[in-house]
Design a protein around this ligand. Sequence first.
Ligand SMILES: [Zn+2]
Ligand SMILES: [Zn+2]
Ligand SMILES: [Zn+2]
Ligand SMILES: [Zn+2]
Ligand SMILES: [Zn+2]
Length: 339
Amino acid sequence: MAYADPEAGRAADRERFRKRTAARVAQGLCPRCGERPPAPERSLCGPCNDKRNAASRARDARLRAEGKPRRDPVREREYERERSRREAEARRAAGLCTRCGRQPAALGRSSCEPCLEKRRAADRARYAAGKAAGLPYGGANADAKRRAGRAKSRRRQKARKDAGLCIRCGKRPPVEGGTTCTPCRQKRQAAEQRNYAARRAAGCCTRCGEPVFEGLSRCRPCALADDAGRSPERKNARSRQRYAERRARGLCTACGAPSQGASRCPTCAEKSYHGSGYFRGIPVWDPRWTVIELDTGKEHGPFDSAADVALCLAFEKLDRDRVEVLSDASPMASLTAWG
Ligand SMILES: [Zn+2]
Ligand SMILES: [Zn+2]
Ligand SMILES: [Zn+2]
Ligand SMILES: [Zn+2]
Ligand SMILES: [Zn+2]
């Protein structure tokens, strides 16, 4: 039959071929010749299989002679993926190990116990080799490992939180309104301070440890990230409340001793004054600042610029109404709400 449109002709051919194949298969005949039934476990009859194999070999030889791959590597990969997916699916449905297909899968797993052990041994060997070569995470995909680690620690923290325990040690109950116990909190703060000081001294970003331009305490990306993260929601409600309570009851906001209405008792006030650059007799060219945490009395600094004070507040996650900032230029101008 002749078609004016070659595309319509090809479509009609394909349809006729499909119908003929379906009819032969329905009759239990080889779809290629329609004369004999297919060979056992095959879809074509014996002679048709031989013919097709010979044709494949001839084509392979021709491609080899031309220096071309015998198959389309992309299509081959796709086919193999699809084939192994079907195979795994069938094994899973039969309750068999999806790896070997010979033994039943272990309880709650998709592989049998021998296959699991084989894989664990291979993982251990690869990790050991990677570690010996000095690769992080033994050469495994670091991103994936970090992601998995973060997910695991999130699960552990949630379990501890639900059990009413400190999310860091899981041994003691957390401080009221917090998530960690007092020893863990102190340990973390000490580590952060050590880290901050070491990075500052080395001229590195105090957040990520990358080198920074001289004098700056954070690199630009970290500074931007911190500024974006500093929001009223992050304020520590508990310490603000304690500060307000002590202030209202006429107690020192740092130690809780009676202070006759002043924000700090004479001892605490003197302590922070002694800590300031003014007391140490540093010549006054430019003012320097010291940050004092009102609820712990802990001091930070001195800092050379107002910007560094802001960075310290951001890094220590301090709220401006929880700190006193002393300037050695005018020691009397200590503000409870610096800004
Ligand atoms: Zn045939
Ligand atoms: Zn297996
Ligand atoms: Zn703890
Ligand atoms: Zn940084
Ligand atoms: Zn005090």
